[in-house]
Design a protein around this ligand. Structure first.
Ligand code: SAH
Ligand code: SF4
Length: 376
């Protein structure tokens, strides 16, 4: 007798936080439910940050059951938290399939680059691991595992808000903040533009008046320089901020640090940036890590200044955060300052990010790496 064929696993349900209000309304119309019911659902998700259908007490029971059978609602769970509410905090999350990702909460506005501010910026991940293998980066060390889904990107913000509501900072206890996160930087683990469609949908949800209500101008997407996607982003109606990780002002230096430069060398990257600036009428930022003996000599300043001037880019200098097992080191404070002043002397709008969270492994990918090594 032949073996009975195995029962195929049930298809995974779409998560409700991967849906726009319009998509939910269309589904509700099929179900012959009034449109205002969809608004009630998103209010539960984005205002009350519900993690469970049973909480949605103003929905009829039969509708809650129908939702449960048609949509997943799987919150990410906190595995480790480092830092204090008044300083940089790092969250290590476990996803439904057990994969680990990180978000970092920085008590500053990204435009202020580390200056104190009452603004809070959340740095979110877009992939588990990263395929781009930059030589200095912890996220790429174990390769790429998978893209994050829309709901896994969205829930990093909601989960940080839930954590904050349960653990208010002493300063917030007197006058509670309506919400924790004012700005988003898409600079956590992974290459955001390699997960383009889910990222853009997540950002539309986080920006929507019915969703996360975070202004598009308060959202910065960082890329290692994927040229076709930079051009695609230039055509998006959403007015996001773009940061390009440059790290080297010549092809030999950049290719040594970033393998992606062999595919999209600086000439092509600059053409994509010029297209972006012309199409969007918006400025962009170059991120430039300072790594001792690699790209921190003053001889690197003139070519960097030339690139920045071509696209009117602001240059954000980031002192390298040492990653155990990797050979790279950050330059001393005097070298960092001299590099900054030499750029400014050439008329470039440049800032030096005073590092936040150096002591808590805040550079991308580092906490996950320690967790997987059993040391978190
Ligand atoms: N993949 C995208 C976004 C994630 S990396 C990108 O490369 O832009 C976000 C930023 O963190 C990048 O500018 C990256 O170069 C920087 N980074 C990575 N490792 C770092 C480290 N050890 N110290 C400081 N910055 C680091
Ligand atoms: Fe990936 Fe960005 Fe890290 Fe490079 S710096 S390996 S692109 S996450």
């Amino acid at each position: 007798m032949s073996e009975p064929s195995p029962i195929p696993p049930a298809p995974r349900l779409r998560d409700v936080r991967s849906q726009t209000l319009e998509e939910l309304q269309a589904e509700f119309q099929n179900w012959q439910e009034p449109a205002y019911r969809a608004s009630q659902v998103v209010e539960w998700l984005y205002v009350h940050r519900a993690t469970d259908w049973t909480a949605m007490s103003n929905l009829p029971l039969r509708l809650r059951e129908r939702l449960r059978h048609n949509f997943a609602l799987d919150p990410i769970t906190l595995v480790a938290h480092q830092g204090s509410p008044d300083h940089t905090q790092k969250f290590l999350w476990r996803l439904a399939d057990g994969a680990l990702i990180e978000s970092v909460l920085i008590p500053a506005n990204p435009a202020l680059c580390g200056e104190e501010s009452d603004r809070r910026t959340l740095c979110v991940s877009t992939q588990v691991g990263c395929a781009y293998g930059c030589a200095f980066c912890a996220s790429g060390l174990q390769g790429w595992k998978r893209n994050l889904g829309v709901e896994e990107i969205v829930d990093q913000v909601l989960a940080a808000e839930r954590w904050h509501a349960a653990n208010p900072a002493p300063a917030d206890a007197a006058s509670p903040r309506e919400r924790l996160v004012d700005n988003l930087v898409i600079m956590g683990m992974g290459e955001p533009l390699a997960n383009y469609d889910p990222l853009l949908k997540a950002l539309r949800i986080l920006n929507a008046p019915w969703g996360g209500r975070i202004g598009a101008r308060r959202i910065t997407v960082s890329t290692s320089g994927l040229c076709p996607q930079i051009r695609r982003l230039a055509e998006e109606p959403l007015q996001l901020q773009l940061a390009v990780s440059l790290h080297g002002a010549t092809d030999p230096v950049r290719s040594r640090l970033m393998p992606v430069n062999r595919k999209y060398p600086i000439r092509e990257l600059m053409a994509a940036c010029e297209f972006y600036v012309a199409r969007k009428g918006r400025l962009l930022t170059f991120e430039y890590l300072l790594i001792a003996g690699v790209n921190d000599d003053l001889a690197h300043v003139p070519p960097l200044a030339d690139l920045a001037r071509r696209v009117h880019a602001k240059v954000n200098l980031i002192p390298y955060n040492h990653v155990p097992t990797l050979p790279w080191q950050r330059p001393d404070d005097n070298t960092q300052q001299a590099f900054l002043e030499a750029l400014q002397a050439r008329g470039i709008n440049a800032t030096l990010r005073r590092e936040k969270g150096h002591d808590i492994d805040a550079a991308c990918g580092q906490l996950r790496l320690r967790a997987e090594a059993g040391n978190a």
